[in-house]
Design a protein around this ligand. Structure first.
Ligand SMILES: Cc1cc2nc3c(=O)[nH]c(=O)nc-3n(C[C@H](O)[C@H](O)[C@H](O)COP(=O)(O)OP(=O)(O)OC[C@H]3O[C@@H](n4cnc5c(N)ncnc54)[C@H](O)[C@@H]3O)c2cc1C
Length: 468
C-alpha cells in the first residue's frame, strides 16, 4: 500500500501550467469544494485541483504521482461512499468540466467528465434525443457510466455502457489515450463497468436515440398497506412489459413534492414510477392496467417532458443530507421475497429513508454476458436500501437508520441473486463485495487490465480492483 507521503517536502502546492482552481485548506471555498452529495462523508484533502480542461487533468495526475500523493477523482460527487474525496491527498476535480456537444445527425454526443445527467438530458432533448442515464438529475455522468449505468431507458436502449462509443482517458502515468472498440479495446472493455480504476475519463462519447420530448411517465402511489398486493401485481405486470417500459418501485413515504396533494405528504406508501420510451399513446396502453390496479392514493402518470421527468426526484435526495446504503440483486419476486420487502420497507424511523427496486431485463439482458465488465445482465430486479437522516439529527438517528438498512439486507439474504450493482456499494462494503459485484471471471480480467494501465494502483480510492 501507499506510504504516508512527506508533504513537507513539497514547497508549495502549485501545479505548473494549471489553469483551473487550486483549493487548499486556507481557501474560502475549501469546505464547499470538499463536500460531496453524502453529508456523512467528511474528508480533508490536501489539495483540490479543480481542472479547467484535459491539460489540467494530465498535470494534476502527474503532480500527484510525482509527489506520491493519494489521488481521488471527482465527477458528480454523488457516490454514497464518498470516494470522490480523500484525506490528505489530491482531489482531481472535474466539476468545472460539464460541457455536452450533440451531433444530432450522427445521433451521438461528447460529454465532459464532470457533467451531470441533467446537463446531458437538457442538451440532448433539445434535439429530441437521449441516452440511458440515472433517475436523479444531479447524479454525475462519469461515476454512473463507469459502473454500468441503469435507468428508465435501459430496457429499450441498454445500459449507459452499452451506449458508450469512446472515452478520452488520462492514465496513471499521465498519458492521454482514447479507448473505443478499435483503440485500446481492453481498456474500453474495462471502462464499461470497471469503475474509476483505469484512469481519469475527461470525456465520453455516447450514442443517442429518439426519445420524447414528451413521454408517458410518472409515478402511481398506493398506501403502504397495499404493498403485498401491489408487488404481487407488479411481478406479473413487468414480466409481460414491452422493452419500452422502464419502471422503478419506491417504498417509503410520499415525498412532499408540489405536484402531490399536501395531505398525502410523508404517508407510508409504495410507488411504481414508469417511463415509456416510445409514442405517448402506446405508453398509455402499456400502463393502463397498472393505473387501474387497486385504489391509488395518487396517480401522476401522464404525458410529461422527458427532461422534467428525469429531474422530478431531485429534491427528494438533497445534497448534504446523511446517507447510508445497502444493496443486492434479487433472485426474483417470490411471495416470500415480497413478504420480506413489505415487512422491512416501512420499518425505518426517518420518513426520508426508502428502498428503490429497479426492473432490469430487455436490452440489458440481450448483450452477451462478457461483452462488457458489467456483470449482472441476467438479473430481473435489483434493490437499494437508502437510509437517510438530517445534518442536525443525532448519532442515535444515524445508528437507527443504518441498523434498519442492514437488517433489511440481512432479511433479504435467502432471496439474493449473486451480485450487487457496484455503484450502490457503500463505505463499509469491503473488497469481497467488489468481487461479488463482478464475479470471479470478470474480476480476474479487470485485474489483468488494471496491471497494464495502473500497475501501482494509483487509482485505488474507489471500488478497488487490485492489479493482478
Ligand atoms: C440520488 C442518487 C441516485 C442514483 N441513481 C442512480 C441510477 O438511477 N442509476 C445508476 O446507475 N446509478 C445511480 N446512482 C449511483 C451512481 O451511479 C453513483 O453514485 C456514481 O458513482 C455517481 O457518479 P458521480 O460521477 O457523481 O460519482 P463521484 O462521487 O464523483 O465519483 C465516484 C467514483 O467514480 C470515479 N470517477 C468519477 N469521475 C470520474 C472520472 N471523470 N474519471 C474516472 N473515474 C471517475 C471515481 O473512482 C470516484 O471515486 C445514484 C446515486 C445517487 C446518490
Amino acid at each position: 500500500m501507499h506510504a504516508q507521503p512527506d508533504t513537507s517536502l513539497i514547497e508549495n502546492l502549485e501545479i505548473d501550467g494549471f489553469r483551473g482552481q487550486l483549493i487548499t485548506a486556507d481557501h474560502a471555498d475549501y469546505d464547499v469544494a470538499r463536500a460531496v452529495w453524502n453529508g456523512a462523508v467528511d474528508r480533508r484533502p490536501r489539495l483540490i485541483a479543480r481542472c479547467a480542461g484535459v491539460a489540467d487533468v494530465v498535470a494534476a495526475v502527474r503532480f500527484a504521482r510525482d509527489h506520491d500523493l493519494e489521488i481521488a477523482v471527482r465527477g458528480g460527487g454523488h457516490n454514497v461512499a464518498g470516494t470522490a474525496v480523500c484525506d490528505d491527498g489530491v482531489v482531481i476535480d472535474l466539476s468545472a468540466m460539464r460541457a455536452v456537444w450533440v451531433d444530432p445527425a450522427g445521433r451521438t454526443a461528447w460529454v465532459q467528465g464532470g457533467a451531470l445527467w441533467s446537463d446531458v438530458d437538457h442538451e440532448t432533448q433539445a434535439h429530441g434525443l437521449a441516452t440511458t442515464g440515472g433517475i436523479v438529475g444531479h447524479t454525475g455522468v462519469a461515476g454512473l457510466t463507469l459502473g454500468g449505468g441503469i435507468g428508465f431507458l435501459m430496457r429499450k436502449h441498454g445500459l449507459t455502457v452499452d451506449n458508450l462509443l469512446a472515452a478520452e482517458v488520462v492514465t496513471a502515468e499521465g498519458s492521454l489515450v482514447r479507448a473505443s472498440a478499435d483503440e485500446h479495446p481492453d481498456l474500453f472493455w474495462a471502462l464499461r463497468g470497471g469503475g474509476g480504476n483505469f484512469g481519469v475519463v475527461t470525456s465520453f462519447r455516447f450514442s443517442l436515440h429518439p426519445v420524447g420530448p414528451t413521454v408517458m411517465a410518472g409515478p402511481v402511489f398506493w398506501a403502504a398497506d397495499d404493498t403485498i398486493d401491489v408487488l404481487d401485481f407488479y411481478r406479473d405486470f413487468v414480466a409481460e412489459a414491452p422493452d419500452e417500459l422502464g419502471s422503478v418501485v419506491r417504498l417509503g413515504t410520499v415525498p412532499p413534492l408540489p405536484a402531490i396533494p399536501e395531505d398525502l405528504h410523508w404517508r407510508p406508501a409504495i410507488a411504481v414510477a414508469c417511463c415509456y420510451a416510445g409514442a405517448v399513446e402506446d405508453g398509455e396502453r402499456a400502463v393502463r392496467a397498472l393505473r387501474r390496479f387497486g385504489t391509488p392514493l395518487v396517480d401522476l402518470l401522464g404525458p410529461s417532458p422527458y427532461a422534467a421527468f428525469q429531474g422530478a426526484l431531485d429534491d427528494t435526495v438533497l445534497h448534504g443530507w446523511r446517507y447510508y446504503w445497502k444493496a443486492t440483486n434479487l433472485a426474483g419476486l417470490s411471495d416470500d421475497a415480497i413478504a420480506v420487502i413489505a415487512d422491512h420497507a416501512y420499518a425505518a424511523s426517518s420518513p426520508r429513508s426508502y428502498a428503490a427496486m429497479f426492473h432490469m431485463g430487455g436490452a440489458v439482458a440481450r448483450v452477451p454476458h462478457h461483452a462488457t465488465a458489467y456483470a449482472a445482465r441476467d438479473v430481473a430486479h435489483n434493490i437499494v436500501i437508502d437510509a437517510v437522516w438530517l445534518p442536525d439529527e443525532s448519532g442515535e438517528h444515524a445508528a437507527a437508520e443504518t441498523a434498519w438498512a442492514r437488517r433489511f439486507l440481512q432479511a433479504l439474504e435467502p432471496h439474493r441473486a449473486g451480485g450487487v450493482y457496484v455503484n450502490f456499494l457503500d463505505r463499509d462494503d469491503d473488497s469481497s463485495r467488489v468481487r461479488e459485484a463482478y464475479g470471479d471471471q470478470t474480476y480476474r480480467r479487470l485485474a489483468d487490465i488494471k496491471a497494464t494501465y495502473d500497475p501501482d494502483n494509483a487509482f485505488h480510492h474507489n471500488k478497488n480492483i487490485r492489479p493482478s
